[in-house]
Design a protein around this ligand. Sequence first.
Ligand code: GLY
Length: 377
Amino acid sequence: MPSDRIIIVGAGIIGLGIGWRLARAGRDVLIFDRDRAGRAASRASAGMLTPLAEVRHEEEALLRLGLKGLEQFPDFVAELESESGFSVGYRPDGVLLVGVTRDDIEYLRYRYDYQRDLGLPVAWLSGGQARAREPQLSPQVGAAVWCPGDHQVDNRLMVKALRAAFLKSGGCLKESTPVETIDVARNRVRGIVAGGKAYPAATIILAAGCWSRLIPGLPGTARPPVRPVRGQILRLQMTEDCTLKTIVWYNRAASSAVAYLCPKDGGRLVLGATSEEMGFNDSLTAGGVFELLRAAWEVVPGIYDLPIIETAAGLRPGSRDDGPILGKTPVRGLIVATGHYRKGILLTPITAYSIAELVLTGKVPEDIRPFGIGRFA
Ligand code: GLY
């Protein structure tokens, strides 16, 4: 007899978000993680909620999902903070996309025209106007696009709050317990095996980030095509002489180096991130850190003297089209919520609401319809 328990594989921010919504709806939810909750991509992230700054051509469905997700953030956060008792450092700061060289500025203009065509609320600034908004910018910055609608959150605090809220709602969390196999019979899930023990479940939600396709027992048709994309990231401590107010983001056109600088509460400055296809290798490299610091220093020279508090690297779950993979699979009872790539934190509320609705009603919510696993069949 299948149990009506729900098992979630993966206690990253996505798994915890879904688990919280389902547990507070009164369902019996058990989450497994191979490590401690939120120790992988959720921890390495910078917590940017930036659908405007990150919009790319050919990704309009993803933009709509991101904008709706951002709209849902304040309510999600208010409820989460009140239920968990923890603040998550939500800040509606805005992003300054900056350019230095002629190449950079041409590229900025190209993206700005596209943002305007889409009706997004962005503004073109001269170098002087950008420095008036953010005095730490280098005199070399020649132009910028101001994206006031982009926000940020402290991803680590959000994991902490979700973990607490999930447990308070009656959820059960098994950390350092890798799922050994997903048990599927006659094209229906029956449960999982972990630590040599069988756990029956009628619904299994696969939210294991870039490891999601590797869980033993998954039939090929239900294996989400995700791969790891490494991001190296640093945490600096701002000083009186160098404090940023908003997120500054530099895409250096000539070398495709990227640096975003995100000021957090408590004076931390998160500086990210490389994007590297290195398989499951999550080491830091001298070259990666060098490129990040060089690009960041070119646009905010004051970082030169800031103490480095932490270095980290994480593996983003990238899909074939960079969109998340959400919803039912060909295996009955098996649901996927992975492939969030560069937008895991931004898409946490919309993923949690939508997947919880799918489990509770059996219907696929409109918002996630374009992102089913069937598009890769
Ligand atoms: N969202 C930024 C990144 O993944 O690097």
